[in-house]
Design a protein around this ligand. Structure first.
Ligand code: NIG
Ligand code: FE
Length: 444
């Protein structure tokens, strides 16, 4: 898999495993096809809402890739062998690109329902972490869990994601916090990619918290991470990206810079959890490092927004996390969009701050809570989310040459996807032309 680390866009070559592909399929009966219009990078400003709507459309797929996407009459005219092709009648439904979830913590053991209840009663998230709970309690359980258990847990969640229309999922490690356990988690991610019909994008996040055995010695943990964990992960080619929780009381901007610079030197591209609970200059650091994405951004500064915009760093917004933490003030999406930040959306699926698996629900929250339009939410959950995981030229839009990752939804108009809050409208989810979920039932 050496080629995964070469190009600027990893989607073309970095296949997640030796799964059989090569399906030809003609999809007809699409009442409305709704897709962002790909440009030469992530979309920003007015382009975010300039989606393409085609009535009475069809999609022709050959070898798992889209060959034609447009009016049904045109597609049929250009396809002399249409009668001999396998076909799928969308039955007058809406087709959108497969949803891309560019920020999850999918592999872990144990839920945190007691902490959920404590936070409802007013306990602060970082206070729980500082007292040895939170992320660290998940680390205790994840370290003890055998790989097979972690695999089965993650598989169960991935099935629910696919049933809700997700076709590409970024997955961070970060509940191991030592070499053996971080490698264990990333090997589970690799196995998921080999065995099931979803694409998983692996990110090393050894700097998610300071483990108990290094309590009060963050510097010493950073040294250990740089000397041992990071080289082990890089040498095994287990991750494409490296992420750091840059936050007051966790890792400082300086420590984050050191970790991400070294990661970059080893071929792992930088991402950041930044400016979530307070403004720490994380967005500024993401721009300085040329990070692929900068995530959370609830407390991002004006300068940080301008630097992200200037650098075309994707700002990944996680409204489900703000909601689950009971925040009344989510990320300033409107201001980011007006300043030209290419914004995207993700679930942040994890047991502490976002047990949320559906990108459709995230799109609803983006509209009602972040005040994004349904068209902006669609672009943010597809093409821009693809850019946030360096797959912006291979997935995230319904256009010739792209992989046939498609969601056919039980809707007459694409805006219903965000409008029906909490409903799963996915009638069929297709990954590279293969149906992987039907009417809420995963096929793997
Ligand atoms: O993105 N902020 C840090 N990491 C996760 C939470 C992980 C956890 O609480 O287990 C997040 O919100
Ligand atoms: Fe996260």
């Amino acid at each position: 898999m050496e080629t995964c680390f070469d190009g600027p866009d990893l989607g073309q070559r970095c296949r997640s495993g030796p799964k059989p592909r090569g399906r030809d399929l003609l999809i007809t009966g699409i009442r409305q096809m709704a897709t962002p219009v790909p440009g030469d990078g992530p979309l920003y400003g007015r382009d975010l809402s300039a989606i393409d709507l085609v009535s009475d459309a069809a999609l022709l797929i050959r070898d798992g890739a889209i060959v034609f996407a447009g009016p049904e009459d045109d597609v049929l005219r250009a396809t002399p062998d249409a009668d001999g092709l396998e076909s799928l009648d969308a039955g007058g439904r809406v087709a959108i690109p497969g949803l891309v979830d560019p920020h999850t913590h999918l592999v872990f053991e144990g839920l945190r329902t007691a902490e959920f209840e404590q936070r409802i009663q007013g306990r602060d998230y970082l206070e729980v972490l500082a007292s040895g709970g939170g992320i660290l309690s998940t680390v205790d359980k994840t370290r003890k869990a055998p790989p097979e258990k972690l695999y089965q847990n993650a598989l169960g969640y991935a099935r629910r994601m696919a049933a809700a229309g997700t076709t590409t999922v970024e997955v961070k490690s970060g509940y191991g916090l030592d070499t053996a356990n971080e490698v264990k988690i990333l090997e589970v991610v690799r196995r998921l990619g080999h065995e099931i019909d979803l694409e998983f994008v692996p990110t090393f996040m050894g700097a998610h918290a300071v483990p108990r055995e290094f309590a009060g010695e963050t510097e010493r943990y950073v040294e250990y991470l740089l000397a041992e964990m990071l080289p082990s992960v890089a040498q095994r080619r287990l991750a494409e990206f490296c992420d750091v929780f840059c936050e007051k009381g966790v890792f400082t901007p300086d420590q984050s810079r050191r970790i991400l610079s070294e990661a970059l030197a080893l071929g792992l591209r930088p991402k950041l959890h930044a400016d979530e609970l307070s403004s720490t200059g994380g967005a500024e650091l993401a721009a300085e490092l040329g990070a692929v994405s900068c995530d959370h951004l609830v407390s991002v500064s004006e300068r940080g927004m301008d630097l992200l915009a200037g650098n075309r760093t994707v700002g990944v917004l996680l409204p489900g996390t703000s909601l689950f933490l009971g925040k009344t003030r989510p990320a300033p999406a409107r201001e980011m969009i007006s300043r030209g930040v290419p914004v995207s959306l993700a679930t942040d699926f994890n047991p502490g701050t976002s047990p949320l698996l559906s990108m459709q629900l995230v799109m609803s929250l983006a509209c009602s809570y972040l005040r994004m339009s349904p068209a902006e939410a669609l672009s943010a959950a597809t093409i821009n989310a693809a850019y946030a995981v360096a797959r912006g030229s291979s997935v995230g839009a319904l256009a010739p040459g792209r992989r046939a990752d498609i969601v056919i939804t039980n809707a007459e108009d694409y805006r219903e996807i965000a409008y029906f809050v909490g409903s799963n409208l996915a009638w069929a989810t297709l990954k590279e032309g293969v149906v992987i979920a039907r009417e809420g039932t995963p096929m793997f």
